[in-house]
Design a protein. Structure first.
Length: 331
């Protein structure tokens, strides 16, 4: 972990990233790796650096924020690094929520913000509920369709408890496109039902799926949720929709998707206690399959993190080679 962090920091700083911004971006990518979310981990670093070099990402800016109402923050990301801008917006609405009980940040012109669970977990640990929504390039086919017209449009929800926070983080596609790239890097076949190829035919070939379309999760219901999140985020951020969204996967176009954060002051300690007991009841439910206990969203990611802090993270050879090459230029 220590070596990976130093290599990433060197690569980002060589590209002109201030040390504090490089640390923010690196730590978010590493936290995704620790939680088993390679799709949002270090495989994204080479593209981030390419975007900086191509002038479509500004590693120095902290964005420009304007309060449109006492509880609505409009954040222009100014093409900054996704996590840097997201955390700046969250810091402002976190403070405002302590006064107003609820606050919203609508973020535009920002780069990919990474794993939403990390923002939800941070807010919940500080005693606030957080809903986070983000859109992406059109990667998901509408239910019954053959081509991609909708983003993966993830949602994260963080809720405080007396113990570990409740943290839900899920895309409205069967999987994230980053997972398709991770499977392609490792030469692994996809699960049936995850994706279509460029001709609109079902495929288990990860390379073919990269130019095709992801399936919505939950069939028609997941499609409807993904579509709803896309229009909701666009309505609040004035961001692009559908095939007009650019910049979350390529290295040459400015990013024009949107991010929305809704922070809510949590209830009393008595409510947190009741939630804790309820989640423990869920975990204690008799398992359908032997050796597969019932888990609450966030449990497996935390278990992965504990294990990988001991064993280290595993990267595809090609990903590690590219990152090391970028960092060696710094020497």
């Amino acid at each position: 972990m220590g070596e990976a962090r130093q290599v990433c920091l060197r690569a980002l700083e060589l590209a002109g990233t201030p040390a504090d911004h490089a640390a923010t971006q690196t730590d978010l990518l590493l936290e995704a790796e620790l939680r088993g979310r390679a799709s949002h981990g270090l495989l994204r670093l080479p593209r981030i650096i390419e975007r900086i070099r191509n002038g479509v990402a500004d590693p120095k800016t902290r964005g420009a924020a304007v309060w449109r109402s006492p509880a609505f923050l409009d954040m222009d990301g100014e093409r900054g690094l996704g996590p840097v801008i997201a955390l700046a917006a969250l810091a402002q609405i976190r403070e405002r929520t302590r006064e107003t009980g609820i606050a919203v940040a609508a973020v535009s012109n920002n780069n990919h913000i990474g794993m939403l669970a990390l923002y939800a977990e941070q807010a919940a640990r500080e005693g606030q509920i957080l809903l986070a929504l983000s859109t992406s390039e059109a990667l998901v086919h509408p239910w019954g369709g053959r081509h991609a017209l909708i983003g993966t449009n993830p949602i994260a929800i963080g809720v405080p408890t007396e113990d570990e926070p409740f943290v839900l983080d899920m895309a409205t596609s069967q999987v994230a496109m980053g997972k398709i790239h991770d499977y392609a890097n490792h030469g692994r076949p996809l699960e049936p039902g995850w994706a279509l190829d460029a001709n609109g035919n079902p495929t288990t070939d990860a390379v073919a799926a990269k130019t095709g379309a992801l399936a919505p999760f939950g069939e028609a219901k997941g499609y409807a949720l993904g579509l709803a999140f896309e229009v909701l985020v666009a309505s609040l951020t004035a961001s692009a929709l559908g095939t007009e969204v650019k910049g979350t996967l390529d290295s040459s176009a400015a990013c024009n998707k949107g991010d929305v954060f809704i922070a809510i002051e949590a209830g009393s300690g008595a409510i947190a206690s009741r939630i804790t007991r309820y989640l423990d009841d869920i975990r204690a439910c008799p398992a359908l399959l032997p050796g597969r206990p019932v888990a609450v969203p966030g449990d497996r990611a935390r278990a992965e993190r504990r294990q990988r802090l001991d064993t280290g993270i595993e990267l595809a050879d090609e990903v590690w080679r590219r990152i090391r090459d970028l960092a060696q230029c710094a020497a």
